[in-house]
Design a protein around this ligand. Structure first.
Ligand SMILES: Nc1ncnc2c1ncn2[C@@H]1O[C@H](COP(=O)(O)OP(=O)(O)O)[C@@H](O)[C@H]1O
Ligand SMILES: [Mg+2]
Length: 182
């Protein structure tokens, strides 16, 4: 069983995963990297489609308690009995816009990912599949060290799940159109 870090692109998965891996002397299994190495990425225009059935099989053979697994696909490609804890990092869509600009995402790709974060799709799907093993951490208004501490506490047994509702925030700010309409 292993620790898993997931969430939308830009929430801080890789940054946090490296710190936790260092602290706990775990080796990192990067889901996207694994898919690439195994030739399971099908390139379609701007997006990568993944054969999740095959990827699930490959990962099942790799994962042990010595690993920390990272990737936005985690909820869709892992077996519950292989997962000790699944941390879903959540980040304000307003912060994500900045990250996506730096990464030069297209408007379409940026909107797709902020939309997914606002609706909490990965968190919803993770909870659906992994229930009590899932903990959300809000990374906005926390520095990297604070997020690492929070995640370390959860790994040590602290049952603290942070409620996140970006939809409420975006609605209150009258920004639904900004995120969901061209
Ligand atoms: N808690 C945080 N506060 C501020 N910036 C952060 C935090 N965590 C990560 N970052 C920054 O956000 C960007 C995206 O982080 P990254 O780890 O690449 O995300 P992901 O792997 O989820 O795509 C990086 O520039 C990183 O330095
Ligand atoms: Mg990353």
């Amino acid at each position: 069983m292993s620790i898993v870090i997931t969430g939308n692109p830009g929430v801080g998965k890789h940054t946090i995963t490296h710190e936790i891996a260092k602290n706990l002397e775990l080796s990192i299994i990067d889901i996207n990297e694994t898919a690439k190495v195994e030739g399971l990425l099908e390139k379609n225009k701007n997006t990568n489609d993944v054969d999740t059935t095959k990827l699930k099989k490959v990962l099942e053979g790799k994962i042990s308690e010595k690993n920390i697994v990272v990737g936005h696909l985690a909820p869709y490609v892992l077996e519950k009995n292989k997962v000790k804890i699944m941390i879903v990092l959540r980040r304000s869509p307003y912060d994500l816009i900045t990250v996506y600009k730096e990464r030069k995402y297209s408007d379409e790709k940026s909107r797709e990912n902020t939309g997914s974060e606002i609706l909490g799709i990965i968190a919803h799907d993770a909870i659906n599949e992994f229930q009590e093993k899932v903990f959300q951490v809000n990374t906005s208004e926390k520095n990297i060290q604070e997020v690492v501490e929070k995640v370390m506490n959860i790994i040590s047994g602290d049952k603290c799940d942070e409620e996140v509702d970006w939809l409420e925030l975006v609605t209150k700010n009258n920004d639904l159109k900004k995120f969901f309409v061209d």
